[in-house]
Design a binder for this molecule. Sequence first.
Ligand code: SF4
Length: 375
Amino acid sequence: MQETTNISSLPERLAADTQLVKSYLDKIDAFQTDSLSAAEEADYKRRILDALASSGAKMVAHYYTDPVLQDLAEESGGFVGDSLEMARFGRDCDASTLIVAGVRFMGESAKILSPDKRVIMPTLEATCSLDIACPILEFSAFCDANPDRTVVVYANTSAAVKARADWVVTSSVALDIVEHLMERGEKILWAPDRHLGRYIRDTTGADMLLWDSACIVHEEFKARGLRDMRALYPDAAVLAHPESPAEVLAIADVIGSTTQIIKASQALPNSQFIVATDRGIFHKLQRLSPEKEFIVAPTAGNEATCRSCASCPWMGMNTLPTLLAALQELQVVEANDGLTNEVFVDAAVGERAMKPLQRMLDFAAANALKVRGKA
Ligand code: SF4
């Protein structure tokens, strides 16, 4: 079985990635706005709903965004979901403008799938540690060095990386697609999340060569703390996202994407759940099962050592003020003018990236997807 590997030496590359992620995180710390009073929040919400209605734009939000944005998306006739569902909704809805509350790769995916729609985000600064740690030049060299492998990339990548891939997958379809490729006798080059890659490799037995990066949120979940927590809540089911480390997944009752975690929380008889994914999802979990208790899985520990504490800092850059500012700009510019937070994807790159994205959507449409777990 192939080991995790990469073109440049691993310690060297990780040090560079760490620096890059740190510089983004420092920017985010400066970016965060103070919390709003109830009256200010209500005022923002009213103005945002008005702006969405008058512009005809549809808002699509990820489960990890602030609950107030998730509610706004649903109240305005938009959508809340995982990245696969967001991409589908954006493509299929009839609005000519999409507001994507999430992170940059989600905006790019929306633009790739709907090149004729205007796609804007509350801020283009909202990125992802996986996207940052998979730069196109290094990734291309990695692919060139392994020409006998089918290139499968996670959706959490840039448009350029997707354009270099044979398949794009989200966490909800990754296992099924790799199984499908394995049945066809294909060897796989996987990027960028090493934990998800390892989980798929261990589950399927596929021959996978892994890129080496991780989600800064899920990587902080700790098996030791989770075991302790389980002792405190012996009847709770553990639900984990596969971007979490292998030791955490080994304890989980159900491993799945955000949507699969939500479905499991509804289907299982347990009244308590320990959940190892971004805490933004708790809003939907609690709303769908108000009688159940959801407990966030332990991360690195205290505020001094935990940069994310189960809360993605980039998702947190989607705020009421940034959303309203993006909508207000939309109202004053001419149709042909570029907006500050408009997503553009080079047409040729977009066309190439569309193929592996479309392959995933076609596969997902043709196959009933499974929730994996011991529960
Ligand atoms: S939670 Fe992790 S994978 Fe998701 S956007 Fe944030 S850093 Fe990226």
